[in-house]
Design a protein around this ligand. Structure first.
Ligand SMILES: NC(=O)c1ccc[n+]([C@@H]2O[C@H](COP(=O)([O-])OP(=O)(O)OC[C@H]3O[C@@H](n4cnc5c(N)ncnc54)[C@H](OP(=O)(O)O)[C@@H]3O)[C@@H](O)[C@H]2O)c1
Length: 320
């Protein structure tokens, strides 16, 4: 195996899961202030398959494209000027987002300060499952909503990658947590900290709860979840609409009800990843992995993810 090449999933055109091929490509080299990281595991997120299909962040990519943003691995080499990391350090990150990061590969390069120390208590597969989903939940709860102890927080799609972490962070911040998910997920979500669970297939969430301070809306315009969320939110409360920003319908309904709204696009944030790693290592937050895949199984991984039924996360095990 050449030192100059690596295995990676590549895409030459947007399309279905079958456009992803695993092949050998040139290994990236770190520029000054960057690190080269040997990827042990790479997390899989809905934005990966949305982008692969020509949506999501497709407009910011060029071909051949190596998909993916979430990595956990070991620093292999540091570029000139890097002072905080050294070869051998175990790190995790969501580098470059929304520009391409090329995470579905054996190596990535990115600015050193976009990486944080990996949670010591987790294997690389667990750490790689965290960055994009955990940072989204963190940015929504901490920065957009400013959730405080005693507030009521409603998390839609609580059983998914972002949702199950949002439930745990909200609980850690002292909030009362209401979670929407199918009934078979309820016992698990209660273990993670949900105080109320609503089976959205049996009743409308607005008939089951109310007086909410912050809605972490991970469904957006699907079933008009964003607009319907306004009716359960108290005046002055906030609906953070994560998938597609603030729709015109949400803006109108929220304006009438005196409810605040916020769009959100997750950003690389090593400081938040460090805080998240501390919570994980303290046992306050767990990450749920539904299944791991080899890079060669990328199409199967995307097909499973696209069913929109994932409990927790899907992850590539890149190095064993
Ligand atoms: N703006 C950003 O920066 C940003 C960042 C991250 C994610 N996102 C977006 O946020 C969304 C969620 O991401 P994710 O990674 O958490 O997705 P995910 O893990 O694929 O979500 C799957 C979960 O959604 C649940 N679900 C599906 N339909 C539902 C419904 N009608 N009501 C309640 N739960 C439902 C499913 O639970 P059941 O099986 O119980 O139905 C499943 O557990 C995606 O659209 C993603 O693209 C945006």
């Amino acid at each position: 195996m050449s030192e100059q090449t690596m295995r990676a999933v590549t895409i030459e055109e947007f399309g279905g899961p079958e456009v992803m091929r695993t092949r050998r490509v040139a290994r990236p080299e770190p520029l000054p202030t960057e690190v080269l990281v040997r990827v042990h595991a790479a997390g899989i997120n809905p934005v990966d398959w949305k982008t692969r299909a020509g949506h999501g962040m497709a407009g910011l990519q060029s071909f051949p494209l190596i998909p993916g943003w979430d990595v956990s691995g070991v620093v292999e080499e540091v570029g000139f000027g890097v002072t905080t990391l050294a070869p051998g350090d175990e790190v995790y990150a969501m580098p470059w987002f929304p520009r391409p990061a090329g995470a579905y590969a054996e190596f990535v390069t990115a600015p050193s300060r976009q990486f944080a120390r990996k949670p010591a208590s987790l294997p690389h597969t667990g750490a790689a499952a965290l960055p994009l989903a955990a940072l989204t939940a963190w940015h929504a709860l901490v920065d957009a909503a400013g959730v405080a102890a005693g507030q009521r927080v409603l998390v839609h799609a609580a059983a998914g990658g972002v949702g199950h972490l949002a439930v745990q962070f909200a609980k850690h911040f002292g909030a009362e947590v209401i979670a929407t998910a199918r009934e078979p997920r309820h016992a698990w979500l209660k273990e993670l900290g949900a105080d109320e669970t609503i089976d959205y297939t049996q009743r409308r969430f607005e008939d089951a709860t109310g007086g909410v301070d912050a809605v972490i809306d991970l469904l957006g315009t699907l079933d008009e979840t964003d607009v319907r969320s306004v009716s359960v939110t108290r005046p002055g409360g906030i609906v953070v609409s994560v998938p597609g920003g603030v729709s015109p319908g949400l803006a109108t309904a929220a304006g009438r009800a005196g409810v605040r709204t916020s769009p959100l696009l997750v950003e690389p944030d090593a400081a938040a990843l460090t805080a998240i790693a501390e919570l994980v290592d303290a046992g306050a937050v767990q990450v749920q992995i539904e299944r791991t895949f080899a890079l060669e199984e990328a199409a199967e991984a995307h097909r499973l993810g696209e069913t929109n039924r994932t409990r927790g996360k899907l992850v590539f095990e890149v190095a064993k």
